[in-house]
Design a protein around this ligand. Structure first.
Ligand code: SF4
Ligand code: SF4
Length: 228
């Protein structure tokens, strides 16, 4: 006889539900009947759409995580944050210079950083968020671009920052400036872009777009990554 699934009690946006033990927060929400139209995306920890705050039973700490990656525990209280409101300046990269002066103009709040490291502790991607903010303040955009490379723009760092800094928008600008002005040009990349423009991969791209998700997933995880 199949073993009965063990159930646990959790609070989902303030209401008590029984959900299967071992579920992620996203699975628990769906099991409880929530239809997720916002705060959901790739389901695999890449898109940053499912930021969630939660408190574990008996723990005073308010924690943040991704609903698709965080597993529920008995008595957990959970609320999703479908988006973090943030003020974002509009800019044209062609008008900017890759230096700290650009941040002084567009993101003056970054200089309010008090080095408390709260953002790093809040990051579900284990990114050294404070370090990339400090690199921006020093004008080291290459370092900021490198440290923030895996940022998925979930917004959890900005939500906890006492200086009201929007870390991920600063990081995005640092990576854009680095990519456009500072990174060493790759002849292979230029060549590949030309080939794409000429339609060399149109057939392959069409095939990938039409491929069932499971098959696509297999190919994705089997791919070879060459780093030179
Ligand atoms: S949470 Fe804000 S103030 Fe604290 S280290 Fe991070 S960016 Fe700086
Ligand atoms: S740096 Fe901020 S926005 Fe980016 S993944 Fe970490 S917490 Fe999310």
């Amino acid at each position: 006889m199949a073993e009965k699934q063990k159930m646990i009690k959790v609070y989902l946006t303030g209401e008590l539900f029984e959900v299967p033990e071992g579920s992620t927060i996203m699975m628990a929400l769906e099991y409880a009947g929530f239809q997720l139209k916002q705060g959901i995306g790739c389901r695999e920890g890449y898109c940053g759409a499912c930021a969630t705050v939660y408190r574990e039973k008996g723990d005073y700490k308010l924690k943040g995580g991704l609903a698709c990656q965080t597993v529920v525990s008995e008595g957990m209280a959970i609320t999703q944050i479908p988006s973090v409101p943030a003020e974002k300046p509009v800019y044209d990269l062609n008008d900017l210079t890759p230096d700290v002066g650009t941040f002084t103009k567009l993101f003056p709040s970054v200089f309010r950083c008090v080095s408390c490291n709260t953002c790093t502790k809040a990051c579900p991607q284990d990114i050294e968020v404070m370090d990339y903010i400090q690199a921006i303040i020093r004008g080291d955009l290459a370092k900021a671009a490198d440290i923030s490379f895996d940022c998925i723009r979930c917004g959890l760092c900005a939500m906890r920052c006492p200086a009201e800094i929007v870390q991920y928008d600063n990081a995005t600008l640092a990576r854009r400036l680095y990519g456009k002005y500072l990174a060493k040009k790759s002849p292979e990349l230029e060549k590949r872009i030309e080939e794409i423009k000429e339609g060399k991969y149109d057939k392959d791209i069409k095939e990938l777009k039409e491929m069932p998700h499971d098959e696509l997933s297999k190919i994705y995880y089997k791919r070879e990554i060459k780093i030179s």
